[in-house]
Design a protein around this ligand. Structure first.
Ligand code: SIN
Length: 338
């Protein structure tokens, strides 16, 4: 009787499992690279961390079982709709999404823009497979469930919980191929920590997200094609031209430095814009504001700048922006808002 009353008071957290290393298995306990991602099911993940039952009423759902490099726009639309449907239920207090780390920042940012709720949504993964010595998945999952069940986490936007740290979806990025401390929010800073069974917040994202967002995916079954062209010395327009020929509605130019346009590439971008594609100047550098009318005359070229978004997140925002408008003025407003 006492434990039933206790269970009633605990928050209800749903774990949506999508695969990744957190659900991965290696050949031996010392295998920390070269393992197989996405093999362990959600019930096994839950059973591996019985401590979660003390902090939340946890239920699980296997939405996909993939390595996150294979995540697609269609997966994102399905996931976003499922999250919105669950969060609309009064008996769901928060959601945890287990996910591969490679594209976790992208899924988190997509959800940050399309989830219609203030309830916590937390993405979590692991850098080491479940079979490894000092696997980081179980403690990360426990922390994520704690965070998703915490009233303090409401209205903070979609978060990533990795290594006792809480990161905001917009600004977090994966910074190392294999070490457990790979997730960082460089320069702008993480939101807080999870310690002693409690989240501690020190910052919040200043940009619009979740319940305040203008994007609605409820009627969408696909997203406009947007591709990224990467800047480098001796860059050419082969990839750019191929993307435009394949029907790209938008191009993210991941330029060098402050998004500079190489002399050989600029005419290709101008031609792409004349054909109707939206061009967003972004940077491969990873930090800093992309200055509008800085390295290029964006007003004259009718280009958009990505503000501080990295190219992979700029791609997501441009896809969603294109579901609403093709006006570069409005798209630039969107880039300065989210
Ligand atoms: C993946 O992203 O699915 C594999 C790598 C990882 O989860 O760390």
């Amino acid at each position: 009787m006492a434990s039933a009353a206790h269970a009633q008071k605990l928050p209800n957290v749903t774990i949506l499992a999508t695969g990744g290393t957190i659900a991965g298995t290696g050949a031996s306990s010392t295998t920390t690279v070269g393992y197989t991602a996405a093999t362990v099911g959600v019930q096994q993940l839950i059973q591996a961390v019985p401590e979660m039952a003390k902090v939340a009423n946890v239920t699980g759902e296997q939405v996909f079982q993939i390595a996150s490099e294979s995540m697609t726009n269609e997966h994102w639309l399905a996931l976003g709709k499922r999250v919105n449907a669950l969060l609309a239920q009064p008996n769901v207090d928060g959601i945890v999404i287990t996910h591969g780390t490679d594209t976790m920042e992208e899924t988190a940012y997509f959800l940050n823009l399309v989830v219609k709720s203030r309830k916590p949504v937390v993405l979590v993964g692991a850098m080491r497979p479940s079979t490894a010595l000092s696997a980081d998945g179980p403690i990360n999952l426990y922390n994520a469930v704690l965070l998703a069940g915490s009233a303090d986490a409401a209205g903070k936007g979609v978060m990533i919980a990795m290594g006792d740290q809480i990161h905001g979806a917009r600004d977090v990025t994966k910074t190392n191929t294999s070490t457990p401390d790979s997730f960082k929010t460089p320069e702008l800073g993480m939101l807080g920590y999870i310690q002693g069974g409690k989240p501690f917040f020190y910052r919040s994202s200043a940009r619009k997200h979740t319940a305040e967002s203008e994007f609605d995916i409820s009627a969408l079954s696909s997203l406009p094609q947007v591709d990224i062209v990467y800047g480098y010395a001796n860059m050419n327009t082969v990839a750019l031209d191929a993307f435009v020929a394949a029907g790209a509605k938008g191009i993210i130019h991941a330029g060098v430095g402050d998004g500079s346009l190489a002399a050989k590439v600029k005419p290709g971008l101008v031609a792409a814009r004349q054909k109707g594609a939206i061009i967003v100047r972004s940077s491969r550098v990873g930090n800093g504001i992309l200055a509008r009318n800085g390295e290029a005359n964006d007003d004259e070229l009718d280009f958009v700048v990505s503000d501080t978004l990295n190219p992979q997140k700029a791609r997501i925002l441009l896809m969603l922006a294109l579901t609403k408008t093709s006006s570069t003025k409005d798209i630039q407003r969107i880039f300065y808002t989210y």
